[in-house]
Design a protein around this ligand. Structure first.
Ligand SMILES: Cc1cc2nc3c(=O)[nH]c(=O)nc-3n(C[C@H](O)[C@H](O)[C@H](O)COP(=O)(O)OP(=O)(O)OC[C@H]3O[C@@H](n4cnc5c(N)ncnc54)[C@H](O)[C@@H]3O)c2cc1C
Length: 487
């Protein structure tokens, strides 16, 4: 009897798997193999971005690394398209495939902190909230992102940056080792002592090289409170305010991080009702250090213009890490486009502010994150993340509810992306790339792409791990170029 009809990876045609193979796989797993319609199937295939609605033929809900090994060997043996899900937050929805095998790691979410050694072992299904909450029990933290429901795994493998990156570097700059199941189904450790090439590639190269079953991070003392919060201004003053933001952000100490967000004001309790739904410029700021020093460092920003609200004060770091969660809940339709900027010119500011006047839905936002600091002091070739000289990362984050709005919202996003392209440095953070930017992957990695492609060839020559911002194995690239040169 045929229970599932996955797609053959080579022919693209439907392929049947006999029932006894699924039964036998179940016997080898400590987790579960779940078929369409069974308990856990929809939870595993549903991801943050509601634009993604894919139906894998089989889900393996892993409990241990041994389950990951079984799932990879099963996918190889039966030539199944494979995808890997941890937090399910990726905008491109690459965690889920149609008709193939989905490895679901969300049940593997333990976090173990070694307070004396200031390190943590984090399983791939842990969210940023899981990690922060455990580390903060010991007054420790490592840099991650700004939305606490994001998965540690996907964020780390793409690079990872957030409120403390200027002080402590990218998430990958704090990665000490990773346990990885390779395309051969073997568990290996990657660190600066073992499998150094793999360790280099994992730090920014995404899910191209294997399935990480455990991350080991370095931790830093932080908190429990950080000076942080929002300053809200009318959008009409944005041009002058953003040029001041540029100056303050570029000159500030590593502890100071400021992001500028432009959107329609949400109905936040501290905003006067007449401002709800009107265009505003929000500065979100965090000082990763002494609160009194933070007051001094933030004074130039807080004395600018005439803010509608200033709610900067000491907040528990774990709460600040979750401060944006209510605006970033799963289940909305989303499309993103992103640019890196070495500098933020007046012309770029002008184009962005103009576009914010025509936001296609109330939940859209354009944010400009300030990075640099410790992140910029590491050489570009030290890890796979290549964009060390970006000082500002813009993300056009378009978000809406109705399918009927898809075309308008996507078109608006692309228009702003194209209008700002001439100010951009060319690189882009792979974790902000949507599904339709496959041809941008090589540019995203810049000079690191060649080495990534060689390492891909060594660890995954058949491109089993292809549901990602895909790095082509070196041999594929060579044959592609040879074909292009052929008469
Ligand atoms: C609302 C929101 C806010 C964000 N904010 C930030 C931010 O502040 N800073 C930042 O750096 N990023 C941010 N991101 C981007 C985020 O880093 C990526 O979406 C990331 O891919 C999420 O990881 P995940 O585990 O949740 O994703 P998933 O969708 O589960 O996985 C994404 C991809 O990563 C790979 N992958 C996942 N787990 C593994 C694994 N264990 N082994 C091998 N490959 C794996 C797979 O290719 C998978 O397709 C944000 C995203 C969202 C949606």
């Amino acid at each position: 009897m045929t229970l599932i009809a996955p797609t053959d990876r080579s022919s693209g045609k439907p392929k049947s798997i006999p029932h006894d193979l699924v039964t036998s796989l179940r016997g080898r797993l400590r987790g579960a193999a779940v078929l369409p319609g069974e308990d856990g199937y929809d939870a595993a295939r549903t991801v943050w971005n509601a634009m993604i609605d894919r139906h894998p033929a089989l889900v393996v809900r892993c409990q241990y690394a041994a389950d990951v090994i079984e799932a990879i060997r099963f996918a190889r043996q039966h030539k199944l398209l494979l995808s890997v899900r941890s937090g399910g937050h990726n905008i491109a929805g690459s965690a889920v495939c149609d008709n193939g095998l989905l490895i679901d790691l969300s049940l593997m979410n333990s976090v173990q902190v070694d307070p004396a050694g200031r390190t943590a072992r984090v399983a791939p299904g842990a969210t940023l909230a899981d990690f922060d909450k455990e580390a903060q029990k010991f007054g420790l933290a490592t840099p991650t992102g700004i939305n606490s429901t994001t998965g540690v795994a996907g964020l780390t493998l793409g690079g990872g940056f957030g409120w403390t990156t200027r002080k402590f570097g990218l998430t990958v700059d704090n990665l000490l080792s990773a346990d990885v199941v390779t395309a051969e189904g073997e568990l290996v450790r990657a660190s600066d002592k073992e499998n150094q090439d793999l360790f280099w590639a994992l730090r920014g190269g995404g899910g191209n090289f294997g399935v990480v079953t455990s991350f080991e991070f370095k931790l830093h003392p932080l908190g429990p409170e950080v000076l942080s919060g929002l300053l809200v201004h009318p959008l009409e003053n944005a041009r002058e305010l953003l040029s001041e933001f540029r100056r303050i952000a570029m000159q500030g100490p590593d502890e100071l991080t400021i992001w500028a967000v432009m959107r329609k004001a949400p109905p936040l309790p501290f905003l006067p009702a007449e401002w709800h739904g009107r265009e505003v410029l929000i500065f979100a700021a965090c000082y990763s250090g002494d609160i009194k020093e933070g007051e001094m460092a933030l004074r130039p920003l807080r004395t600018l213009g005439n803010p509608i609200a200033d709610v900067i004060s000491p907040h528990r770091f774990v709460d600040w890490q979750a401060a944006f969660d209510p605006l970033l809940t799963p289940g909305a339709r989303n499309y993103w486009k992103s640019h890196d900027f070495a500098d933020l010119s007046d012309d770029a500011i002008n184009v962005i502010v103009q576009a914010v006047d025509t936001l296609p839905s109330p939940e859209c936002e354009v944010f400009i994150a300030n990075v640099g600091g410790a992140m910029a002091r590491i050489p570009a070739e030290a890890t796979a993340w290549p964009t060390r000289d970006a000082h500002f990362i813009m993300n056009v984050h378009t978000r809406w509810r109705e399918k009927a709005q898809d075309a308008g919202c996507v078109a608006w996003t692309r228009q702003l992306f194209e209008a700002t392209a001439r100010f951009a440095s060319g690189s882009v953070y792979v974790n902000f790339m949507p599904d339709d930017e496959k041809d941008r992957v090589e540019t995203a990695y810049g000079t690191n792409y060649h080495r990534l492609s060689e390492i891909k060839h060594r660890y995954d020559p058949d491109n089993l791990f292809r549901m990602n911002q895909n790095i082509q194995p070196m041999s594929d690239i060579r044959s592609h170029h040879q074909k292009a040169r052929a008469p």
